[in-house]
Design a protein. Sequence first.
Length: 133
Amino acid sequence: MVFTDIIEAMLNAQEEAENDNEENVKKTAEDACDTFEKDLDSLKSLVAKVICIPYLDAEKVVYQKSGKKHDGRMSTVVFWRDESETHVTCAKEDKFDPVTGLCLCYMKKIAGNTTEGLRDILKPAEDYKKRGK
């Protein structure tokens, strides 16, 4: 069923209301809502399958020491199936954790594969951390 069918069902509900047939109005409105929810769930599932999953499909994950630019700190590098790659480097004051590195790579990829995008996503957590000190 498509969204035009949902609109048609809602219009039918309005017509029934005008005819003062409350039982039919309630059933028609419930049917329209059920149809909308099913269509929305189908759309969400399709988006996840078609867009999100292939986009976030890691081909290889590498944990390595960074070069001189990062003073030999540990980095996580994810090579994606779309042939792009994402790098995150452990901060000097933090202890390296491979799970955190991998999660940050996923977040950075979702944020447009930029450090600025990743900082935008992490800003609420950083603000919370600062308030706690």
